[in-house]
Design a protein around this ligand. Structure first.
Ligand SMILES: [Zn+2]
Ligand SMILES: [Zn+2]
Length: 344
């Protein structure tokens, strides 16, 4: 049920995405080294296995995701190594962040930032890593800049991530970095938004490893919810198959895909008349956004012929960033926060 893009294929997928979406070239290029590194790192499993016998299929059927049933992170997991690898990929795609990312890498090397503790703190605070982005007031101009400007990744036009705001001025800025918290983010002089960004990328790699392990161990199971059966996050993008018209939702937090009814909103479960509430761009019939007027959320949706697993759904989501801009302009919010879709 996972998309599990082979890392050998991902380069071709990104090349095709660049050709097909020239208007979003800069953001695709900025994320390309990150996505390639994530897929490569996620291919191998953690040496220490989870006890998947504790996962109850009846609970899954009732809508309790795996993350609410067992611990997905173990202290033995090589999160530090993943974080340092991802830091290199961020610097490659977004060289303007090099100085900040180097500081964070040093703190990770020295053990002053521990990714495992970071995820535990996030969880105990009731915050998923991506939730912390919600607290961030993002400058829309910045995101539009990265989509449209002359390669800000090379020109180094800003010191903050394209999706991150100037957090230092906010009295609540430390909330954006629950794991490194006040002491680290102030005394250790790192950008909370950059640390949060890096940790969200580490989170994806670790969760994707676990999602693969869990789906292999548990086998098929019933799941009828609009949020992810593994990590509980809402989908970042949907895909509707040409044949049969099935809708698959994709989780960018862990890479999982699952089938979901086309007649309900994945977020609030309001039933919607089939295909009545979709927004399309003229001449682009394969790209749409599902919109829900009850919860005011949208979900970028692709209509595709052929196999559902023949693409990388995160690359597709990044390639459709223009749809995020349009829908957020119209006042709708994404169902989940991804590193690339925070525009307002
Ligand atoms: Zn997930
Ligand atoms: Zn809704």
């Amino acid at each position: 049920m996972t998309t599990a893009t082979e890392s050998s294929e991902i380069k071709n997928i990104i090349t095709r995405a660049l050709e097909q979406n020239p208007e979003n070239r800069e953001i695709i290029k900025a994320f390309a080294p990150i996505i390639m590194k994530q897929r490569q790192l996620a291919e191998s499993s953690f040496p220490e296995k989870l006890d998947c016998s504790l996962i109850d299929k009846e609970k899954l059927k009732a809508g309790v995701p795996v993350i609410r049933q067992i611990e997905l992170f173990l202290p033995e997991d090589s999160l530090k190594e993943i974080a340092l690898s991802m830091a290199d990929a961020v610097k490659e795609g977004m060289p303007q962040l090099t100085e900040n990312i180097n500081k964070i890498s040093n703190l990770i090397q020295e053990g002053k930032i521990n990714p495992f503790n970071y995820f535990q703190t996030s969880k105990n605070n009731g915050n998923k890593v991506s939730d912390s982005y919600c607290e961030t007031q993002i400058s829309k101009t910045k995101c539009i800049e990265i989509c449209k400007s002359n390669n800000p990744a090379i020109s180094g036009g800003y010191n903050t991530p394209p999706f991150g705001a100037e957090l230092g001025s906010s009295p609540d800025s430390n909330r954006n970095c629950p794991g490194v918290h006040t002491r680290d983010s102030k005394d250790l002089k790192v950008s909370p938004s950059n640390a949060t960004f890096l940790m969200s990328l580490v989170n994806r790699v670790a969760l994707e490893k676990r999602a693969r392990e869990i789906t292999a161990a548990v086998g098929s199971f019933d799941w009828e919810k609009g949020y992810c059966p593994i990590c509980g996050e809402f989908p970042s993008i949907a895909l509707i198959e040409e044949e049969g018209g099935k809708r698959f939702l994709h989780c960018s937090s862990c890479g999982q895909d699952w089938r979901f009814t086309r007649i309900s909103c994945p977020y609030c479960e309001k039933e919607t008349p089939k295909d009545m509430e979709y927004f399309y761009i003229e001449n682009k019939t394969q790209e749409a956004a599902f919109v829900c007027d009850k919860c005011k959320k949208y979900l970028v949706t692709l209509y595709r012929a052929g196999k559902v697993f023949a693409r990388d759904m995160d690359v597709s989501a990044i390639s459709l960033i223009h749809m995020d801009m349009i829908m957020q302009d119209k006042g709708y919010k994404p169902m989940t926060i991804c590193p690339w879709n925070i525009l307002t």
